[in-house]
Design a protein around this ligand. Structure first.
Ligand code: CMC
Length: 444
């Protein structure tokens, strides 16, 4: 029997003789191996010791979509997808959305504890002091095509922002990292508003540091012609809760992009620009826009059953439904359902809401969706809320990005402060040609 203990020690953990092991027999050689188990996982590198002969590279694990691969240890966020549980630093999402404010939750995500009053005041002051946007960013917003998708605009601006702060390259310095984190939390809403105002043809706007983080964001988005945006308090509260609900979600596609890109030690602005690019896609954060576009394709309640059929027969996906991790319900969707009720009371009735409710009702009774454990996710109703606030669908994913920035930078900081972090570099199974000889141009 061979032990892969040596590889385990080299990679991540120490092992003692009482440690649980997975015993695996390789039918190609008849050899049996002991793979140490820690936290219900085996180390992928331990598989490398399983070889047919000495020349063999060793076994790898195959996991397209990384559906069953742990990429590291993290203390930021806990999800139990089977039970529909989401917690940041041990606090339940339902309680945070009900009782917290966005900056308070951002501090919690970043630092691991709820802030006391003095800590929160200091954090607010730090963020406010960092809201001064470099003049070049305004110039950049002016030259970008106003019809460009707002997420493409944000991705470009986040990346360009890194060029304004060359000190950010010192990614192994904790102090420097903290400074960039504050800048990114402070400036992402400003960049989002710059892009929004450019698209809507609105003039420049001053930040209002005396407002809350969310209040200032809404002011930058909505105030026009010298007139202050006058949003019902229920709507500002709903926006704040939406930002909290979207703040963090462990190893999702965009956080994984931030981690993978950040692992090259590039500055954090490039890393979060990659995160924003990942979020942009309709299977991830772009789903909130896609839900509204889907609702626009359904004219009346009578058309809903046929639309559901088209989702079942593979013509399209029911956007805002399904999740890689949640197989019972998405706890964020439940909170959003309650928020939606408060928002729709304060706004004009939206005929799309009835269509969404009918889609949900029919899907939740249909074996296609129930057997595949497809439930409404965070994005099913969030777009309707943004829409009720007067925003266009193309802006929705930008709001998600503003909220998720704290999750991205916290993952980046956690990763960069871990001395064991290595550049992310997966393997592949090569399916191309075997080596062949060069063919001269005239012979092709
Ligand atoms: N509509 C119809 N069928 C679906 C849907 C859907 N929305 N989602 C999954 N399925 C089917 C899929 O066709 C497959 O069926 P079969 O087993 O017959 O091939 C089965 O369910 C499993 O789907 P999958 O694509 O293997 O699941 P995944 O874990 O790879 O994908 C997902 C998760 C969220 C990308 C997917 O459910 C989806 O595309 N949903 C719609 C887009 C959406 O709402 N995304 C937002 C996610 S929440 C916000 C965030 O990103 O955090």
């Amino acid at each position: 029997m061979e032990n892969t203990h040596k590889a385990a020690q080299d990679a991540d953990s120490a092992m003692d003789s009482t440690q649980d092991c997975l015993t695996a027999t390789d039918s190609r050689t008849g050899k049996t191996y002991q793979l140490p188990i820690t936290d219900d996982t085996i180390l992928a590198i331990d598989l490398r010791g399983i070889k047919v002969n000495e020349e063999d590279f060793g076994m790898l694990s195959y996991d397209p979509g990384l559906t069953n691969t742990v990429i590291g240890r993290s203390s930021i966020c806990f999800i139990d997808g089977e039970k529909g549980i989401l917690e940041y630093r041990g606090y339940r999402i339902e309680e945070m959305a009900r009782h917290g404010t966005y900056l308070e939750i951002a501090w919690l995500v970043l630092n691991g504890e709820l802030p006391n009053a003095a800590e929160l005041d200091l954090f607010r002051a730090e963020v406010r002091a960092a809201t001064v946007i470099p003049a070049n960013m305004e110039k950049l917003a002016d030259v970008l095509n106003a019809d460009m998708h707002p997420m493409s605009m944000l991705e470009s601006m986040l990346s360009a922002l890194g060029g304004e702060f060359p000190d950010a390259d010192e990614v192994l310095d904790a102090e420097v990292r903290h400074q960039q984190i504050i800048r990114l939390i402070a400036l992402t809403p400003v960049l989002a508003a710059l892009g929004h105002r450019r698209r809507e043809g609105l003039g420049p706007i001053e930040v209002k540091p005396e407002l809350s983080y969310t209040g200032n964001f809404l002011h930058m988005l909505l105030s026009k012609d010298g007139r202050e945006a006058n949003l019902a308090p229920a709507l500002e509260r709903a926006m704040d809760a939406l930002l909290i609900l979207h703040a963090e979600h462990e190893q999702n596609c965009s956080a994984n992009a931030v981690r993978a890109v950040g692992s090259s030690h590039v500055n954090p602005y490039s890393a979060v620009a990659a995160g924003a690019a990942a979020l942009h896609g309709p299977l991830h954060g772009g789903a909130n826009q896609a839900v509204l576009e889907m609702l626009d394709q359904i004219d009346s309640l009578e058309d809903v059953p046929a639309f559901i059929e088209s989702c079942k027969n593979g013509e399209r996906r029911l956007m805002g439904f399904g999740h890689r991790v949640y197989k019972n319900h998405d706890p964020r969707a439940k909170v959003i359902g309650e928020l939606a009720a408060s928002v729709f009371e304060a706004t004009e009735p939206n005929p799309k809401l009835e269509i969404a409710r009918e889609l949900e009702r029919i899907a939740l009774e249909d074996p296609y969706f129930t057997e595949r454990k497809l439930f409404p996710n965070v994005d099913f109703y969030s777009g309707l809320i943004y829409s009720a606030m007067g925003f266009k669908p193309r802006s929705f994913t930008v709001f998600f990005a503003v909220a998720r920035m704290i999750g991205w930078v916290t993952h980046w900081d956690e990763m960069m402060s871990n001395p064991k972090t290595r550049i992310v570099r997966p393997r592949q199974i090569y399916t191309g040609y075997a080596r062949r000889d060069w063919v001269a141009m005239n012979d092709r």
